[in-house]
Design a protein around this ligand. Structure first.
Ligand SMILES: [Zn+2]
Length: 289
């Protein structure tokens, strides 16, 4: 059997004192070859101090471990809501926070970022999606090297991006569609009503028809604690949720997913990251029965 190149890694923490050295070394300690991190607390309107980011060390380590920057993703903060058009303060802060993140990405030469599309709150969903496009375009214009991957959401509360049609609305109206791509999240997809167990092929086909498979750059690999179409967002460890190990393994090894980055975002177990074990479990086809 021809060995496929699989880019599998995890969420890692940018933290003192090691910062960028830390995120690469943490990845290597899990035997990962891709990773994703936040450039600050996901819940605060702040980014890490640029002086803490040693780009030379980052460069050296990425080279040493042969990690391509295409497999390095920054997750933008959860607080950003470009759909909140009727709250000028939140909208302004969202844009500022996004720009501050993208400036650091430019500095680090990281091109690919992940964004939760936003929340409609009590507003009309379609109108909100149009507002996201408008505000996203304004930001993308300033950052021509950046590609924003919109994440598929579970649809909890008023979350936007709960299906491919909503993501399509954001992308197709954009003046910079080449700078917008998509991030799958297996937990969110399953929870939003995409049956990964019975209909993975159909899901990919639908995505390809509506948005285009080449737009799918990255996939968050999570099981789901809550059942199919529960519209909740509770990540479970691999093989310990409602999706199960085999469907997730099948997705990772699917030839249509070749070249796409896979990132584990599963919960810590007894305060310990489960990523080394989960990477090994997912890559080991002997588990496939
Ligand atoms: Zn996310």
């Amino acid at each position: 059997m021809k060995k496929k190149k699989i880019y599998l890694g995890s969420f890692v923490r940018l933290k003192q004192p090691s910062y960028l050295r830390g995120v690469v070394e943490e990845t290597i300690s899990y035997n990962g070859n891709s990773f994703m991190f936040f450039l600050g607390s996901p819940q605060r309107f702040q980014v890490v101090d640029k002086n803490k980011l040693d780009i030379k060390i980052f460069e050296t380590l990425l080279k040493k471990y042969q990690i391509n920057r295409n497999n390095v993703f920054v997750h933008l903060p959860y607080l950003i809501n470009l759909a909140n058009y009727n709250n000028p303060r939140v909208l302004h802060n969202s844009k500022q926070l996004m720009k501050a993140n993208l400036k650091l990405c430019e500095y680090l030469q990281i091109k690919r970022v992940i964004l939760h599309p936003g929340c409609a709150l009590k507003n009309n969903r379609r109108f909100c999606l149009q507002k996201i496009t408008e505000h996203l375009d304004e930001i993308l214009e300033e950052f021509p090297s950046i590609i924003v991957c919109l994440e598929t959401m579970s649809g909890k509360g008023s979350e936007l991006g709960r299906n491919f049609d909503e993501l399509k609305i954001i992308i197709e109206k954009s003046k910079h569609p080449k700078q917008i791509a998509v991030c799958f999240d297996l937990c969110h997809l399953y929870s939003a009503g995409y049956d990964l167990i019975k209909n993975w092929e159909g899901i990919l086909k639908e995505f390809d028809e509506k948005i285009g498979l080449d737009k799918l750059l990255v996939c968050h690999i999570n099981d789901s604690k809550t059942p199919f179409y529960s519209q909740k967002d509770r990540h479970a460890n691999i093989g310990k949720g409602q999706i199960g190990l085999q469907p997730i393994q099948k997705i990772i090894h699917d030839s249509k997913m070749e070249g796409k980055t896979m990132i584990l975002e599963t919960p810590y177990i007894d305060e310990q990251p489960p990523y080394k074990e989960e990477i090994s479990l997912l890559l080991n086809l002997d588990n496939e029965k």
